[in-house]
Design a protein around this ligand. Structure first.
Ligand SMILES: CC(C)(COP(=O)(O)OP(=O)(O)OC[C@H]1O[C@@H](n2cnc3c(N)ncnc32)[C@H](O)[C@@H]1OP(=O)(O)O)[C@@H](O)C(=O)NCCC(=O)NCCS
Length: 165
């Protein structure tokens, strides 16, 4: 098992996308075939964790989103203005290469996404994720994310709870 330190950076053309391999084929394919187009069209930003020699050990994407106020738990809803929606940042496709799993990298990428979102000058109430299955939802729950009452694979974390650094 590798213990290499990681550098977190926006995806760019020098990074080796071909070697990335996680449990999910759609997530491998997205990085190889779609991510750079999405970046160019400004429909997603992609951030990677780099191990030695431009090797991608993990990645995630961020994009603007919104949440219906009515979908939030009552305890969150009552602290918000009565607009139909609240702004959010959506994190998609968090994934870690097989070789680097279980070393805290998934948690580190999640923390990076939260800090990037909380630091932005554009306001967003929460980071929201669509978990691909129950195991992924459990990972987010473990990190304090709250499931939408009627849609348990959609989870959010209010950005006001994220400490700035
Ligand atoms: C989910 C995934 C990103 C986790 O990455 P990882 O680097 O192996 O996870 P970490 O080592 O950072 O784990 C961080 C913490 O989460 C916990 N954790 C990991 N997977 C978990 C799960 N499925 N349920 C609950 N907790 C989990 C770990 O025990 C660890 O806890 P600790 O900080 O208290 O020790 C990785 O397994 C992956 O790429 N899976 C395939 C794609 C996927 O499911 N993505 C999810 C988004 S749809």
């Amino acid at each position: 098992m590798s213990r290499a330190p990681f550098l977190l950076a926006p995806l760019d053309g020098a990074h080796d996308r071909a070697k990335f391999h996680c449990d999910s084929q759609p997530l491998n394919r997205y990085l190889r075939e779609q991510a750079t187009q999405d970046i160019r069209r400004r429909v997603a930003a992609c951030f990677v964790a780099l191990a030695e020699e431009q090797r991608i050990a993990g990645y995630y994407t961020l994009a603007s989103a919104s949440l219906y106020l009515a979908d939030l738990p009552a305890s969150n809803r009552k602290k918000l203005p009565r607009y139909p929606t609240v702004p959010a940042v959506r994190m998609d496709r968090l994934s870690v290469d097989h070789e680097f799993k279980g070393q805290g990298l998934g948690g580190a990428l999640l923390a990076d996404a939260l800090h990037r979102s909380a630091r932005s000058e554009i306001a967003a109430f929460a980071l929201v994720v669509n978990a691909k299955d129950e195991a992924a939802a459990a990972f987010y729950g473990h990190h304090g994310f709250i499931a939408l009452p009627d849609s348990p694979l959609t989870l959010f974390l209010p950005l006001a709870t994220v400490q700035h650094s």
